[in-house]
Write a protein that binds this ligand. Structure first.
Ligand code: SF4
Length: 468
């Protein structure tokens, strides 16, 4: 079914998990003869993959679709990703002047090219060294856009200190800072999706609906990709999934622990970064995970605790046993330098000041390397959307800013000791810059959650118009 040059403009505002799938679709379209164009005006069809995890991302997606459709007045508009399953009505109403098709990545691929999405994914590599933001022609610009100017400045200053003093601050900063950890400025990594969607039903979350039925990628496919990456000299694998700890739970085959053991058996030097595992499955597999952290085979665990209040965790329909989790974290941090990445949610319905204080207290006590504060956003058709005791925006914002400041202070404190060789003024200024970097991630819409960039960001006017 060769399309002989039918032109497609791809854009997205989705997370790494979903943009992985858009990348698969892109390869499939190109294999079938489609041409991926870098301006909407040139396209016969626009495919936009959108995020619906927070209302701000839905608004952002709608605004981008508006811009694109006004520049591609005769193109067919197709919307995919979570937004197509969760917020199709809102998107259609907002873009009323144009008919919009809503389809999954897999359906788009099958309908346009006849190819099977899973078979195609099996066949391709998503090595972060290729076609990602670090392309030599745009590496620095892209990095600044992704992490913000303050973090880029911190990195530049650390690199200078490393040159002058023989320290390894830049590497430590990259390894422990949001925006850097899933990229390849230091080394390549192979992204491998191992699960899609989630078996849990947290009361605030639209991911199970947005991503469809939970499924695990067959272990042979994962091992084949891992082997190919290792053969190319890539030692770091990023295991991607909306929740990877339930790997295999929908079938009778290998489970998450089997997958980890099989990967490590391929090469003792393998390093796994796990993006995302939930506290329940983290605890269930804690012993194995710890031994793999101890042996250096796991370098990052993305586990979101969300709240320090067991009452709120119960209302979220999540694991409320925080004392066990705290003990487990302490044990990990005693013997390993694995990086923990954690999201904290503020303003969940019913959250009192005391609940919020418990979150602050737990975040301080755990002192994890990467922490992100996220405001609760009511998602359509989730139980939490209908909870009576919604928190007003002002309180939510106030709590968000207090938690963000606390997390930024913790980040600076992480480096205080390391910078003790500097004079007071130089140290203070650098610590201030580190805090600024942490705070900046809440101010500007950075591209960190959009790591796969097929085309540069759409420009709407001014001097940059037309460079999209
Ligand atoms: S475990 Fe994570 S992905 Fe699954 S429903 Fe809860 S928040 Fe959503």
């Amino acid at each position: 079914m060769n399309q002989n040059g039918r032109r497609v403009f791809l854009a997205h505002n989705s997370c790494l998990n979903s943009s992985y799938d858009l990348n698969v679709l892109k390869v499939g379209l190109e294999r079938d003869g489609y041409v991926i164009v870098d301006q909407p005006e040139l396209a016969d069809e626009v495919i936009f993959s959108g995020c619906s995890v927070r209302s701000t991302w839905v608004d952002d997606a709608i605004s981008q679709i508006h811009q694109i459709s006004s520049r591609a007045s005769s193109a067919k508009i197709t919307v995919t990703g979570c937004i197509a399953n969760v917020s199709a009505g809102v998107v259609s109403a907002a873009i009323a002047a144009r008919p919009i098709n809503f389809q999954s990545h897999a359906d788009i691929l099958r309908n346009r090219t006849g190819q099977d999405f899973r078979a195609l994914d099996r066949d391709i590599s998503q090595d972060t060294a290729h076609d990602f933001e670090g392309n030599p022609d745009n590496g620095l610009t892209q990095m600044r856009r992704r992490v913000g100017t303050a973090k880029a400045e911190v990195l530049a200053r650390f690199e200078q200190l490393d040159r002058e003093h023989g320290t390894a601050l830049a590497s430590l900063y990259r390894r422990t800072t949001k925006g850097f950890v899933f990229y390849h400025e230091e080394e390549s990594a192979e992204l491998i999706t191992v699960t899609r969607s989630c078996l849990y039903r947290c009361s605030f979350c639209s991911i199970p609906r947005g991503r469809g039925d939970f499924e695990s990628v067959p272990i042979d496919d994962i091992l084949r990709k891992a082997t190919a990456a290792l053969d190319r000299g890539v030692r770091r694998l990023i295991l991607v999934g909306d929740e990877v700890g339930n790997y295999g739970a929908e079938g009778a085959g290998p489970r998450f622990a089997d997958l980890l053991r099989a990967l490590v058996a391929l090469n003792p030097q393998i390093r796994l970064s796990i993006r995302y595992i939930e506290p329940k499955t983290f605890m269930k597999n804690a012993e194995l995970l710890k031994s793999l952290c101890d042996s250096g085979n796991i370098d990052l665990l993305y586990v979101s605790l969300q709240s320090g209040s067991e009452q709120i965790l119960r209302a979220m329909n999540r694991n409320p046993d925080l004392s066990k989790i705290s003990d487990a974290y302490a044990a990990f941090r005693n013997t390993t330098d694995v990086v923990f990445y954690c999201n904290w949610m503020v303003g969940f319905p019913g959250e009192t000041e005391s609940d919020f204080q418990q979150t602050l207290k737990l975040a301080r006590a755990l002192d994890l390397q990467i922490n992100v504060a996220i405001p609760f956003s009511a998602r359509p058709d989730t139980p939490a959307e209908h909870y009576a005791d919604q928190i007003d925006d002002k309180t939510k914002e106030y709590r968000l800013s207090r938690l963000s400041i606390e997390l930024a202070d913790m980040k600076a404190a992480m480096f205080e000791q390391q910078l003790s060789f500097l004079d007071d003024e130089a140290r203070r200024s650098l610590l201030q810059q580190i805090k600024l970097g942490e705070m900046q991630q809440y101010q500007a819409p950075l591209a960190e959650e959009r790591p796969v960039v097929f085309q540069r960001r759409l420009q709407t006017g001014g001097d940059d118009a037309g460079k999209a």
